[in-house]
Design a protein around this ligand. Structure first.
Ligand SMILES: [Zn+2]
Length: 340
């Protein structure tokens, strides 16, 4: 099969890889319909995250089940499925509490690499959710978004307790930040402030439900949020970047007693304990338990109540994955869909 392999920062190739095999009776093999490139794939691409030799890439996927292990009961050959970027059993105490990305048996799909024609899915019964039938092709981008960016944005909005009566601020205008806006809107937030300085992303933010745009960052950004909220700060702030600046901006934009939902993968972020102490905010985040939300998100997409697939602004065949990485690295694309 063909699959994407990263050899070194900036060096992405589509190569022949061995077809995956059923290794455990709980595994399934899927034939992907579409996969995509994640903002977090850019960490190794930019040399920020260290690569130990050539690595298969990708952790988002939708496709059709080709083969199942003997112990798989809920998923059938021929099902069209969506899964999260963490495989999870969905039965342990952590999963049952709704934190499937921290399942005691979790397998990170990035270690398997889903940017490929075929993918082995561990813990298939717990990980995969089948759609009601084979979807219309127009639904595939949105279903693929549910696999990570929509699920992550949704979790961020839930963690930040976005809802009726709340003002929500969103730090980060990548795919996750934009879909967190969609989630906050869907959850009933009164006012949604998108922090973005890119005209195309601002337009999509407004389409997804943003009521205000703040272009300032850092101290000025915080001051602007305070100005828009009677000097108090937002009730709910979503952090969807993962840098020192964005994390501080999120915490400082939140009113005392408010909630920060943080889902940007943090690299070398250090929080000042005393600042945190006196902020009086709730912090909740981490790798999103996308699996918790998949049934609901698939239903909303299936009924065409939401259209998160709009975050894909570049579509390429799998063979042109290198161009997709380049476009995202240069910020020419918000998010790239790879047709398989
Ligand atoms: Zn579990």
């Amino acid at each position: 099969m063909r699959g994407v392999v990263m050899h070194a920062p900036g060096d992405v190739r589509v190569e022949q890889r061995d077809d995956p095999q059923i290794l455990e009776p709980t595994d399934a093999i899927i034939r992907t319909a579409a996969v995509c490139i994640c903002g977090s794939d850019l960490w190794p691409y930019r040399g920020i995250e260290k690569l130990n030799g050539p690595a298969p890439m990708g952790h988002e996927y939708v496709g059709v089940v080709e083969q199942i292990g003997d112990a798989v009961k809920n998923i059938k050959v021929g099902d069209f499925v969506v899964g999260s970027f963490f495989a999870s059993d969905n039965t342990c105490e952590i999963c049952q509490a709704g934190y499937q990305s921290r399942c005691v048996h979790n397998v990170i799909m990035g270690s398997i690499g889903t940017q490929a024609e075929l993918v082995r899915i561990p813990l298939a019964d717990g990980t995969l959710v089948a759609t009601p039938s084979v979807p219309d092709p127009s639904l595939i981008p949105s279903l693929l978004a549910a696999s990570d960016v929509l699920g992550t944005g949704w979790f961020a909005a839930v963690a930040a307790e976005a809802g009726p009566g709340k003002t929500v601020a969103v730090v980060g205008d990548g795919a996750v930040g934009l879909l967190a806006i969609l989630a906050a809107k869907r959850l009933g937030a009164d006012r949604i402030i998108a922090m973005s300085r890119h005209a195309d992303r601002q337009a999509l933010a407004r389409e997804f439900g943003a009521t205000d745009i703040v272009e300032q960052r850092g101290d000025e950004g915080v001051a602007k949020i305070k100005e828009l909220t009677d000097g108090l700060g937002a009730h709910s702030v979503i952090e969807a970047v993962g840098t020192q600046e964005s994390m501080e901006q999120a915490i400082r934009s939140t009113r005392p007693g408010g909630h920060v939902g943080y889902v940007g993968v943090t690299y070398e972020v250090e929080l000042n304990g005393l600042d945190l102490f006196f902020s009086g905010v709730h912090l909740h985040g981490g790798p999103a338990p996308v699996r918790r939300f998949l049934p609901e998100l698939i239903r909303l997409i299936w009924d065409r109540k939401i259209d998160p697939g709009k975050v894909f602004d570049l579509e390429l065949p799998l063979d042109q994955a290198a161009e997709g990485y380049k476009a995202m690295d240069e910020r020419r694309a918000i998010k790239v869909l790879l047709r398989v």
